[in-house]
Write a protein that binds this ligand. Structure first.
Ligand code: UN1
Length: 498
């Protein structure tokens, strides 16, 4: 096998080694003998250099007209379209999602490029009449400066695009630390921006581990915004760290998303949706359908139908077009999945499908586990409460819509939820009462589109949203402008008051 490519940090437009002199390897989770690339194992000094480069680039970038910034993004979108297949293959190799889904991940970044590029000619503020006669007033968005972005491995191109692009269109500059399990897709995405003409220092990449490179980024006094996607525990910690320097912090964290299945639902449609929602991306989506809250009248039949189809899922290396589910991302995550499956068995849940890791010929070098469905699950069980982030879902029988909604809401997270029913009244009640940032009707909990807000309530987030025009709020502040053309002093609240 040839020597794997060595990737460098991108700082101020230069490809540089880490000052630590150390590197780490990213391996293919479907076959860990394959090294996808070697990356810089960076530390606080590398972060400091990147932040300085970003702060320097900010001075010119913030004054570049937003429509011109948008033109670079339009060009990058065209380049990414041309490179979609190659980058999708890289993504499957670095993090294991099947090739069709990797193409979808790249497509999400393409969609985001076009959407945010268009914002360059909008970035709407308000004009509103003044209470005084000869006075004009309006509000405009202003950028904040250097943004520190920390991104996960499960959507290794889409999620960096969700953060980088709104930051850039507003005139901010960026230092991104991608997940150590899947940094290559960030390189590929940023390469399109560079080739489209993005000036040096506007986007900087520093690779490494959370405590060594992520934390210094969040601590750095010249970083004004932190946007993080990952675990609730880390998000909680980063919030406290960032509070010391009063940074704006946007967090996107865990989920324990439930699909409600009512007794009037089209069960065949449900089965298709559940297999996609629970086992797509090997269950490694924040939005994964990890609970099926099923009316008791259909719960057993649903389990039977699901089991029959789950056994037909082809597991393996996602580069093979016939494969429909890949591996877990790494040894730690694999252990978590295996441990939760054991916990579920010990808690007394019934294994309806799967339940075992795969170690036979063809699977022995990757982190493969059978798609696993538990039945007869109680809402209080650990497998019904805690995020597993793997191919495991739990059928929880309930007796009514009220109970279903209360079970759906009875977890600490609030990202996505769904209801399958043919009854419009039940659907609207669920849309109103489900406490989550995203609700689907007659579709599973995954599959958000980039132009609506993405994010969750409760321990999933801290009130911000990615996607949609709402993403702009994370990376900007408002400036209110008052223009008095009266020629004589006018005192608001006094001169024109009753
Ligand atoms: C995630 O789960 O971390 O809605 C992101 C979806 C994708 C994005 C998921 N568009 O499932």
């Amino acid at each position: 096998m040839s020597e794997p490519t060595l990737y460098h940090n991108l700082i101020g437009g230069e490809w540089v080694r880490s000052t630590t002199g150390q590197t780490f390897e990213s391996t293919n989770p479907a076959d860990t003998r394959e090294i996808v690339g070697r990356f810089q194992r960076s530390g606080a000094d590398d972060i400091a250099a990147a932040v300085q480069a970003a702060a320097h680039a900010y001075e010119a970038w913030r004054l570049t007209p937003a429509p011109k910034r948008g033109e670079i993004l339009f060009k990058a979108a065209e380049l990414l379209r041309q490179r979609k297949e190659q980058y999708a293959r890289d993504m499957t190799r670095e993090m294991g999602k099947v090739i069709a889904e990797a193409r979808g991940d790249v497509q999400e970044a393409i969609d985001m490029l076009y959407f945010i590029a268009g914002e360059g000619r909008r970035l709407y503020g308000q004009t509103t009449p003044s209470e005084m006669p000869n006075k004009f007033q309006m509000s405009v968005r202003v950028p904040l400066g250097v943004c520190g972005l920390i991104t996960p491995w499960n959507f290794p191109m889409a999620i960096p695009s969700w953060k980088i692009l709104p930051a850039l269109i507003l005139g901010n500059t960026v230092v991104i630390k991608p997940a150590e399990d899947a940094p290559l897709s960030t390189y590929n995405f940023v390469q399109c921006l560079l080739d489209a003409g993005l000036p040096p220092g506007v986007v900087n990449i520093v690779t490494g581990y959370g405590p060594e490179a992520g934390e210094p980024l969040v601590r750095h006094p010249d970083v004004k915004v932190v946007s993080f996607t990952g675990s609730t525990a880390v998000g909680h910690h980063l919030t406290k760290v960032a509070a010391e320097t009063l940074k704006h912090v946007s967090l996107e964290m865990g989920g324990k998303n439930g699909i409600i299945v009512m007794d009037d639902a089209d069960l065949d449609l449900v089965v298709e949706g559940v297999l996609w929602g629970a086992f797509g991306t090997t269950g490694q989506r924040c939005t994964a359908s990890s609970r099926l809250i099923a009316h008791r009248a259909v719960a057993t039949e649903l389990g039977r139908k699901l089991a029959a189809k789950a056994d037909g899922i082809t597991i393996g290396n996602g580069l093979d077009e016939r494969v429909s589910m890949g591996p877990s991302i790494n040894a730690d995550q694999y252990k978590i999945v295996c441990d939760y499956v054991e916990i579920g068995k010990q808690e007394g849940a019934v294994v309806v499908a799967g339940g075992e890791r795969l170690t036979t010929e063809g699977y022995s070098h990757g982190y493969f586990h059978q798609p696993t469905i538990f039945g007869d699950v109680k809402p209080s069980m650990q497998i019904a409460q805690e995020e597993i982030f793997g191919p495991v879902t739990a059928i929880i029988p309930v007796d009514s819509l009220d109970e279903a909604i209360s079970v759906a809401n009875g977890v600490k997270y609030g990202l996505s939820s769904s209801i399958y029913t043919r009854d419009v009244n039940q659907a609207f009640r669920a849309m109103r009462d489900l406490d989550s940032g995203i609700v689907y009707v007659n579709a599973p909990t995954i599959g958000a589109e980039i132009h609506l807000p993405f994010g969750g309530t409760k321990a999933t987030g801290n009130g911000h949203r990615e996607g949609g025009v709402q993403a702009l709020d994370v990376f900007s502040e408002w400036k209110s402008l008052y223009i008095d053309f009266n020629g004589q002093l006018q005192r608001a609240q006094i001169d024109n008051a009753e």
